[in-house]
Each structure stands twice: as structure tokens, then as C-alpha cells.
Design a protein around this ligand. Sequence first.
Ligand SMILES: Cc1cc2nc3c(=O)[nH]c(=O)nc-3n(C[C@H](O)[C@H](O)[C@H](O)COP(=O)(O)OP(=O)(O)OC[C@H]3O[C@@H](n4cnc5c(N)ncnc54)[C@H](O)[C@@H]3O)c2cc1C
Length: 485
Amino acid sequence: MRDVVIIGAGICGSALARELSKFQLDVLVLEKENDVSFGSTKANSGIAHGGYDPEPGTLTAKYNVLGNRMMEQLCKDLSVPYKKIGALVVAFTEEEKKTVQEIYDRGIANGIPKESQAIFSQKELRDKEPNIASEALEAYWCSETAVISSFELCVGLMESAVINGVNISLNTKVESITKTEKGFLIKTNNPKCTDIETRYLINAAGGFADKIHNMIAKPSYKIKVRRGEYYLLDKKYGSLTNTVVFQCPSDKGKGVLVSPTAHGNLIVGPNAYFIDNPDNVDTTPEGLEEVRILAKKSIPTLSYGSNLRNFSGNRAEASTGDFIIGPVKEVPGFFEIAGIKSPGLTSAPAIAVDVVNMLEKSGLALKQKLSFNPHRIVVHLDYSSYEERSRYIQANPLYGRIVCRCENVSEGEIIDAIQRPNGGRSIEGIKKRTRICAGTCQGGFCMPRIVNIIARELNIDPSEIFQDKNGSYLVEKSHKGKVND
Ligand SMILES: Cc1cc2nc3c(=O)[nH]c(=O)nc-3n(C[C@H](O)[C@H](O)[C@H](O)COP(=O)(O)OP(=O)(O)OC[C@H]3O[C@@H](n4cnc5c(N)ncnc54)[C@H](O)[C@@H]3O)c2cc1C
């Protein structure tokens, strides 16, 4: 009998797993995909929002502000890039100037310090963002906003949880849940990890949270899925803006932004429209055209010639309108972290702390684990000084063998990413952990070498390696042995 089972290894499930790993508990995470960070957590804007956007009094507002305050230290502890560059919300009309004032007031109501906010005049705005459109009249400014790497944070949280004793079972889709006398019995599609018994059960299944809820409780909400599409531009355009530049929000959400990413690319997007399947991450010509035109309103000199790739992510929005967090009264022991739309990435660390408190209140005994290690040290040559690089290479010459020339990723880092606890197994898995294939060539030059390294380290044939999801093979099944690099 486990103490706690968490369904879903997105940012919410991973943050909770790490929080629970601070205590002497038997915790298991079940994830239907072959890696963590596969749902909304994989594809989003990567902003640690300041907290001025959500309606005051909502759970969304509460956890946004609390999560933002935790983010810098968390990223530091887990070796995840974090850059506090601030955000602007730009007004283009007299009407939008009123919205800018409302945003400022909402920021105050939500608990953002006064000194972290301002309303910039046209001149102040232009001084901050020289490439802003001449039609921009003024802007709300929040200095608490940061850019982070959502998938690296998720990988870091889960790795830290696993190092501290949490178990994770990937490729394990929860198919049914039964209430038992002492807790729950969970059946999955994975014969090696099914018929799991647990005292407490957490639903952190993102776009599928309502399906999990309905397996064990009366239907009480629906998850609607709202897609957002993006452009990701080459690093040479990463300084086109200095901050996260938003337009005024609408009923569709926070609107299209133009921003440097935590890694120095430029991200442009997202739009927002409802779709049916939470796992469908296609992009559409119409959607991308909408984003392209809207973003040029903020930064007219934006040029899409250096677009590296397009992608889309799906927001899971509950029909209740707010985050759904806490125990389900009719089913003792069953807790939910559902409807975690944006800013769920920012909010997840604070949600995790609260859910642990709620679990304790409902009877889970929490005994501190004295051996808990909050740190995760990762070698990233590209973020290291010359002195550090030299030290790494002296200790292990494989850090001196560069495989991905665009992002300066060495063979040593790729091996680390495979061998670390809950390491990557696919090209996308290694990319999330090292940034291989994330640069200008998008893997055009280094992919065969990476395939051979994964095959060698895992002792499998290249034809067994996936690009991303299960089944996304890279090499013909008939091909056997090393691929030419
Ligand atoms: C376009 C877009 C932009 C965004 N921008 C931001 C932003 O800038 N800042 C911010 O703070 N937030 C942002 N968000 C929101 C943020 O990405 C999400 O709130 C967050 O990632 C949700 O995390 P989650 O863990 O709840 O869900 P997910 O990441 O979707 O994880 C749920 C997991 O559950 C698994 N699962 C589902 N069903 C089962 C099952 N039956 N068995 C086992 N596993 C299962 C899934 O495979 C998935 O891995 C954005 C979202 C989108 C889509």
C-alpha cells in the first residue's frame, strides 16, 4: 500500500512529488507518456508571471503571486535558467489606457509590491523597448516577471523528487480507479505497474483531469482545452525586446506576447481557441498567421525569416473558471490539482506546498526526511564560465567533445542526461535536458551522432529510439547497428 499516488507528471504533479519527497512517505507518480513534461508543461510561454492578471480573490491569483515569489530560489536549487526581465502590458488606444490602470490596481489587490509596478509614459516605454511600435501610448510595468524554462523546471523537479526517494512509472496510463476500504485501487495499461493500492490519490492529469475525476467521483466540472500557437525565432533575434511585451488582455486571455526566452531566443505567441483533444498539438496556417499579424502590432520590425520552429500547447481550463485544488469531499483521500490553466507554471510550486498541508490536515502523517537534498547540480557548458568549462573538461574529457554545435552541448552532457535519475530516452527527452537540436540547425547536423550515443548508452538499436512520443521512430526497423554520422 503506497501513501500517495500522483496521476500526471506535468509541472503540478512534479512539484507535488518533490514537495512530498521532503517527508518519509512512499510516493508513486504515474505518467501515461514516455517522459515528464508532455502536456501543457511542454509547450507554453515560459513566463513566471507577476500576478497582476488574475481576478483578485481567485485561487489563480493567490497561487500565481505565491508561486512567483518561490520561483527564483527553486530555479537556483535545481539548476534551471531564470531571468527576471520584467513585463510590459502595452496600451495602443485611450480605452486600453483604462485597462492598463485596471491591471495596476489588480496587481496591488493581488499583493504585488507597489515598488515592483509602474505605469510607463510613452517615453519611458520607448526607453525600455526601443523597437516598440510608434502607436504604443503607454504601458503597465511589472518587475516581478521572469522568463524560465518550463520543461527544464519540470525535469528538475521530478529528478529531485526521484533522488529524494519518489518512484515514477512512465508509459503508465491510469484506466480505472476503485475505492477500497483503506484507500484506492488503480488499474493501468502497464502490466508491470498496475493494481496499485494507495491511501491518498492526487489527480494532476492536466487536460484529462475531468476523465480521472469521473472515474471515482460524481462529474462536477469539465475541462475545456484552449490551444495556443507560437513562433520560436533564432537567438540572433533574442534581443529584439528586453522584456516580456504583452498587449492588453481580452476575453481570450493574456494576448500575444513578444519576449526573449530563458535561453535567449525570441518567442512570439500565443493565440487562443478551443479544440477537442488535449493531446493534439498541431499548428495551423490560420492560427500562425493570426499570431504573426498580432505580434507585429507590438514590434513592427519583427521578421519571421529566422523562425526556427512553430509549436502549440493546450491550456486545460475548468468549466468552473478557476483552479480546482484540494480534497474532493465525497471521496475521502482523493485530491485534485485540476483546471490549471495559465499561470499554472508559475503557480505549481505554491500549489504543491498547500496540497501537502491539506494532505496533512486530512490525516497523512508527515515526518521530515533529514536526508532531503534540495540541490540538483547539472553541467551546462553553455551557461558556464571558461574557468568552469575548463574544470569540467579536465575532470571528464567528454565534456570537451561538442556534439551540438549550435547550443554547445557536449557528449558528456548528453550522457549525463541519459544516465541521471529519470533520465531522457528519446531525442526530445535529451533535448529537454540539454538543448540538443534546439539551435539553428534543429538537429540537421548532430542528430545521427546523438542517436548513436543514446543507442550505445542504453544498449539498444538506433531503430528503437523515438524522436518524441512512443512510436515516433527515427530509423527504419530494417536498419541494424550504428547510423552514419
Ligand atoms: C499556450 C500556453 C501558454 C502558457 N503560458 C504560461 C506561462 O507563460 N506561464 C505560466 O505560468 N503558465 C503558462 N501556461 C500554463 C501552464 O503551462 C500550465 O498551467 C501547466 O503546464 C499545467 O501543468 P499540469 O501539470 O497541470 O498539466 P500537464 O502539464 O498537462 O500535465 C498533466 C500530465 O498528466 C498526464 N496524464 C493525463 N492523463 C493521464 C492518465 N490517465 N494516466 C497517467 N497520466 C496522465 C499527461 O500525460 C500529462 O503529462 C501556458 C499554457 C499554455 C497551453
